[in-house]
Design a protein around this ligand. Structure first.
Ligand SMILES: *[C@@H]1O[C@H](CO)[C@@H](O)[C@H](O)[C@H]1NC(C)=O
Ligand SMILES: *[C@@H]1O[C@H](CO)[C@@H](O)[C@H](O)[C@H]1NC(C)=O
Ligand SMILES: *[C@@H]1O[C@H](CO)[C@@H](O)[C@H](O)[C@H]1NC(C)=O
Length: 519
């Protein structure tokens, strides 16, 4: 408890000095931007705002990229949300500005000319490195863009840069701090100057602090939902396979999913629309593409989206942690959901809840899967100083200072000790499937639920082991003024319903406020 208090006051001092520096340096800059361009500010600008400003000739992609670069140079030295800036971002902006002049409005994607930041485990075949935050992959050359990057480029998005992450998506060591990687150091939540949560920490930090318009993260278990919760932004973890994992530094294709982290539900949905769909480098996308609705996901951004939705409440998720401030806010939100027309089905149970949260099945399966798929990823690189998990372990030993070996590499070592999918792994996979079938699937079907609603990202384990989607939306501040979100989870392919519910909740509450870092 005392250590908590010390940590808090220390962070607060850092926060205050940062605020004073910003107050001294930024206000005149923001005014100048407003006067010169009619576009008030990049603060909290949505995809919709930006597209409107493009259309009214109040803004160009070049100006927008320049504004984000300025914001990055100002805030990133402290927040460390951005790992690399794309040297070609301004060139891509000019190209988008040129295209906009010659193409009819309406023929362009909502992401056309919009700067996006990618978690550093998502491959780009350009001047940017793809390293999962580790020096081991610096200088490696990927065979091609990741599947989602190909789709983003096609939509005309501007690749602004790479976002920081918990190194190796937090699959090197349990002891490594969340939001830390060797190349950039420790990322910070712009709200608390403390734990941003990971592993998509930089993606969430960066959009929260307006250092990018939108971003992509990845989730194996909680890595989109948790940083979105801690940084008061919106995260969508799609059904596994809805978005291509090809060219993404893997943990396990059974659980890995690429999804947007943005300031609003609408922004996240525009990004989702751009990245879903078949990619022949990731065969799971073929089968999963049947979930994609005709006309895309933006049609589900309905203000009355909560009406008649059956939303389940499993109280086991609410009794974890002792944050009474957050608990009160959550109860208020449940009332709001009801007022907006949702049918809340309370006091439900996931019969095997305790087993899901205590058994080691997920750990056993992931260890063997990680070894197999990281080795496959490393082998496929065109150039790389490391070619296997064994090489990575040796690299960290050899570069123990640079890579902070004092943080350990227990997960690497445990994975390296596995030998394919043996009897233990097979049993673990059978158990995971059974836990999902008898737990979440039974809960949802028996009660005819559209979604369950849970505070924070505690539900991520249930969603992770079943490959299910979740959407998290800013909900408020708990004790220590720590932000948190409300998460809506559903069965595979339930994104349309989850988006209706999440958007309905967001529009009814409008909780998100930017961190007090700039004027
Ligand atoms: C990629 O890494 C190399 C070091 O190997 C560095 O020189 C280069 O600047 C990095 N690229 C970017 C875009 O930061
Ligand atoms: C996808 O499936 C096809 C046929 O089932 C197979 O030939 C191909 O190798 C698979 N591609 C990948 C990247 O796994
Ligand atoms: C919550 O409070 C109870 C009783 O006061 C205590 O036993 C428990 O350890 C606390 N849990 C957490 C997560 O702090």
């Amino acid at each position: 408890m005392t250590s908590m208090a010390t940590k808090y006051s220390l962070s607060f001092t850092v926060f205050l000095s940062l605020l004073l520096i910003l107050l001294a340096t930024t206000s005149s800059g923001a005014q100048a931007i407003k006067a010169a361009h009619g576009f008030s500010s990049i603060e909290e600008a949505t995809v919709h705002d930006i597209q409107r400003a493009f259309k009214q000739n109040q803004l160009t992609s070049r100006k927008l990229v320049e504004l984000y670069l300025k914001q990055i140079s100002r805030l990133n030295p402290v927040l460390k949300g951005v790992l690399e800036v794309n040297p070609d971002a301004l060139y891509q902006a000019d190209k988008a500005d040129h295209e906009r002049k010659f193409k009819a409005h309406g023929s362009l994607s909502p992401l056309h000319g919009i700067p996006i930041l990618l978690k550093d485990n998502i491959a780009t075949k350009d001047k940017l490195n793809t390293t999962a935050g580790s020096y081991a992959l610096l200088g490696s050359v990927v065979p091609r863009d990741a599947g989602v990057v190909t789709k983003l480029r096609k939509a005309g998005a501007i690749i602004l840069g790479k976002a920081t992450l918990s190194e190796w998506s937090h699959y090197r060591s349990n002891a490594a701090p969340s939001g830390w990687n060797a190349r950039k150091g420790q990322g910070k939540s712009p709200y608390t100057m403390g734990d941003p949560c990971g592993s998509s920490s930089g993606s969430a930090i960066s959009v929260a602090a307006n250092m990018a318009a939108v971003s992509l993260g990845t989730e194996t278990d909680g890595s989109i939902l948790c940083p979105s919760s801690n940084n008061l932004v919106v995260g969508i973890k799609p059904t596994v396979g809805l978005t291509s994992r090809a060219g993404v530094i893997p943990i396990s294709p059974r659980q890995d999913s690429v999804g947007p982290i943005c300031r609003t539900v609408a922004d996240a949905v525009y990004v989702l629309d751009a990245i879903v769909g078949i990619d022949h480098y990731d065969n799971a996308t073929i089968e999963t593409s049947r979930y994609i609705p005709k006309g895309g996901y933006a049609q589900f951004l309905k203000t009355n989206g909560l009406r008649a939705k059956r939303v389940g409440i499993v109280r086991d998720f609410y009794n974890i942690g002792n944050d009474t401030i957050a608990a009160q806010i959550v109860e208020q939100h449940l009332k709001t959901l009801r007022k907006q027309g949702a049918i809340l089905v309370d006091n439900l149970e996931i019969t095997n809840f305790g087993e899901i949260y205590t058994s080691s099945n997920e750990d056993i399966a992931l260890a063997a899967e990680f070894k197999r798929y990281i080795n496959a990823y490393l082998k496929e690189l065109v150039v790389s100083p490391v070619r296997s998990l064994a090489d990575l372990i040796a690299f960290n030993k050899k570069n123990s200072k640079l890579e902070r070996l004092d943080y350990g590499q227990d997960l690497f070592i445990k994975a390296e000790a596995t030998n394919g999918i043996g009897n233990a792994e097979k049993a673990a996979l059978v158990n995971l499937a059974k836990q999902t079938r008898e737990g979440f699937v039974k809960l949802m079907t028996k009660n005819k639920l559209d979604a369950i609603v849970t505070p924070g990202n505690i539900v991520s384990r249930v969603l992770a082991i079943g490959g299910f989607p979740g959407v998290i939306v800013p909900a408020g501040y708990g004790s220590d003024r720590k932000p948190f979100g409300l998460c809506f989870g559903g069965l595979k392919g339930s994104e349309p319903k989850l988006i209706e519910i999440a958007y309905g909740f967001e529009q009814a509450t409008k909780i998100r406020k930017p961190p007090k870092l700039t004027t």
